[in-house]
Design a protein around this ligand. Structure first.
Ligand code: IPM
Ligand code: MG
Length: 368
């Protein structure tokens, strides 16, 4: 049997720095666990635009469709802000999500004990937190037509369209209910059914899928604005949250801060199963390219490393190895190893990106 294949797209800003630490873990897996991946690497985002004039070359897109999993760092940067929409770095990422049809974006927010003091919320609000946001990723206002800036009379109007079909809502809600069954069996669906027809349909379809296929799972509905409030008021009331593309984007950034730092959060974007039974999959940290600290060795590689752990779990059925990586991260945090983003206002001496990688590799060695 051939080795499992991985396409690595480090991207822009801190992407290459954090991905370098993942590559060390991949090397460690080969050397110490005999788990060998066929790894290829390519460009996405601004760096791809610089080289090819497009944020995602067709060849890269084709490669992404072929491999067992894609691992992405981050895209974007101020240098590209004034580019036309069609070639902005973000379009590279959005094209990957759309053409691979990665409709279910899993964004876990877990508060590591060692960081409970560090959240901007009170410790008892976040300690032990473990929630999973399932964000719809290929529809809604991100992709709906019509879209654009048009002239109407003597002024311009900007238009985007929120659009969801029943089947789009049904498939992502199934992902959420499946996920809940492996967790605490509870789903909260968030929309704005009080103002949006797409929200009315969303609520109806999620409820129908629950009643017909997942009667054992507890389902509640919440308006997304209330959901945002509840997330900071008492986040532990949630297990799985299922929501649309735009609300999911916003709510997951909010959930990230519950855990102490955006530098901690991984994500998995999954589509339908391929011929080999594995889901189409792309793994990436929730954080962006952080151009303000890029190239300085300050970035926290944990979100990217935990994204690789999600790949082990969801694409390669290597749950035990995923646990090993997650435990190693937990251990270094418990030992007080901190990158700059994990420093409280009182300061201290942070480790570099590579320093964090060193500590995690040492913890992995110790796990054997
Ligand atoms: C995210 C990001 C992306 C999004 C951007 C970079 C296109 O914010 O993955 O959360 O809006 O989906
Ligand atoms: Mg976002």
């Amino acid at each position: 049997m051939s080795n499992p294949s991985l396409l690595i797209l480090p991207g822009d800003g801190i992407g290459p720095e954090v991905m370098a630490e993942v590559r060390r873990i991949i090397d460690w897996m080969a050397a110490r666990r005999g788990i060998v991946f066929d790894v290829s690497e390519d460009l996405v985002g601004g760096c791809a635009y610089d080289k090819y004039g497009t944020p995602l070359h067709d060849k890269t897109m084709a490669k992404a469709q072929e491999v067992d999993a894609v691992l992405l760092g981050a895209v974007g940067g101020p240098k590209y802000d004034s580019l036309p929409f069609a070639v902005k770095p973000e379009r590279g990422l959005l094209r990957l999500r759309k053409e691979m049809d990665l409709y279910a974006n899993l964004r876990p927010a877990q508060c590591f004990d060692a960081l409970a003091d560090f959240s901007s919320l009170k410790k008892d609000v976040v300690a032990g937190l473990d929630i999973m946001i399932v964000r719809e990723l290929t529809g809604g206002v991100y992709f709906g037509e019509p879209r654009g800036i048009f002239t109407e009379g003597n002024e311009r109007v900007g238009i985007n369209t929120q659009r969801y079909s029943e089947s789009e809502i049904a498939r992502v809600s199934r992902s959420a209910f499946e996920m809940a069954r492996k967790r605490r069996n509870k789903v909260c669906s968030m929309e704005k059914a009080n103002v949006m027809e797409s929200g009315v349909l969303w609520r109806e379809v999620v409820q129908k899928i629950r009643d017909e296929e997942y009667p054992d799972v507890e389902l509640s509905h919440m308006y997304a604005d209330n959901g945002a409030m509840q997330l900071v008021r008492w986040p532990k009331q949630f297990d799985v949250i299922v929501t649309d593309n735009l609300f999911g984007d916003i709510l997951s950034d909010c959930a990230a801060m519950l855990t102490g730092s955006l530098g901690m959060l991984p994500s998995a974007s999954l589509g339908a199963p391929m011929k080999n039974g594995r889901p189409k999959a792309l793994y990436e940290p929730v954080h962006g390219s952080a151009p303000d600290i890029a190239g300085q060795g300050k970035a926290n590689p944990i979100a990217c490393i935990l994204s690789f752990a999600m790949a082990l779990r969801y694409s390669f059925d290597m749950g035990a190895e995923a646990d090993r990586v997650e435990k190693a991260v937990e251990k270094v945090l418990a030992d007080g190893v901190r990158t700059a983003d994990l420093m409280g206002p009182e300061g201290g001496s942070p480790v570099s990106t590579t320093g964090m990688g060193d500590a995690i590799l040492a913890a992995l060695d110790a796990s054997l």
